[in-house]
Design a protein around this ligand. Structure first.
Ligand code: IMP
Length: 177
């Protein structure tokens, strides 16, 4: 059964708006790095759909690697405890690294990841986040590239889940139980 049929949820950002913004982000990102190769680091699982679209919108040389992270243990609040479930497959020393996140909420997850990656001595380390929920921030971390700034609501779709459901929606919806 399609989750949209089972739980009708309010669409916050529709598919066309996402695709348009992702294309713009790809151009912004390429302009920032000039002709240099970029290592895109997708934070699994939430960023998988954003990553797939974003890397296709960045011209030129792009490497892709992934970090598996679990920060929620199934609920809707960050626990602050970040568990690495899969490390990068390749060293990043001397490379321009772009961490690709689905959403920055408290900022605890991305802060942890940036600290972990910095010690591997990349040439540069930036963050691209599809969504930013600044009202909930508990750290000073900001993303270098942000798709959309949203209010403090729990959202699902386009890779974002609640208990592993709704990742397949092509849009971002506000979760309503
Ligand atoms: P943070 O550590 O609070 O910044 O949360 C980061 C992670 O929590 C994100 O990468 C998401 O996986 C998850 N998250 C935060 N807000 C939402 C939401 O509204 N919907 C789905 N997942 C979320």
């Amino acid at each position: 059964m399609n989750p949209t049929q089972r739980d009708p949820m309010r669409i916050l950002i529709d598919e066309q708006a996402i695709q348009r913004r992702v294309r713009e982000l790809g151009q912004e990102i390429r302009a920032t790095y000039g002709d240099e190769p970029v290592t895109a680091i997708g934070v699994l699982k939430g960023s998988f759909m954003f990553m797939a679209d974003l890397v296709r919108a960045i011209d030129g040389e792009v490497r892709c690697d992934f970090l598996g992270v679990s920060s929620y243990q199934g609920g809707t609040r960050s626990t602050g405890v970040v568990r690495i479930t899969q490390d990068l497959k390749h060293p990043i020393e001397g490379q321009h690294c772009l961490v690709i996140e689905d959403i920055i909420d408290t900022g605890l997850t991305i802060e942890y990841l940036l600290k972990m990656l910095e010690v591997r001595q990349p040439r540069s380390l930036r963050v691209a986040a599809l969504l930013d929920k600044p009202s909930n921030r508990e750290t000073k971390v900001t993303a270098d590239f942000v798709g959309f700034t949203i209010p403090d609501e729990f959202v699902v779709g386009y890779g974002l889940d609640l208990g592993e459901l709704y990742r397949n929606l092509p849009h971002i919806a506000v979760y309503t139980p």
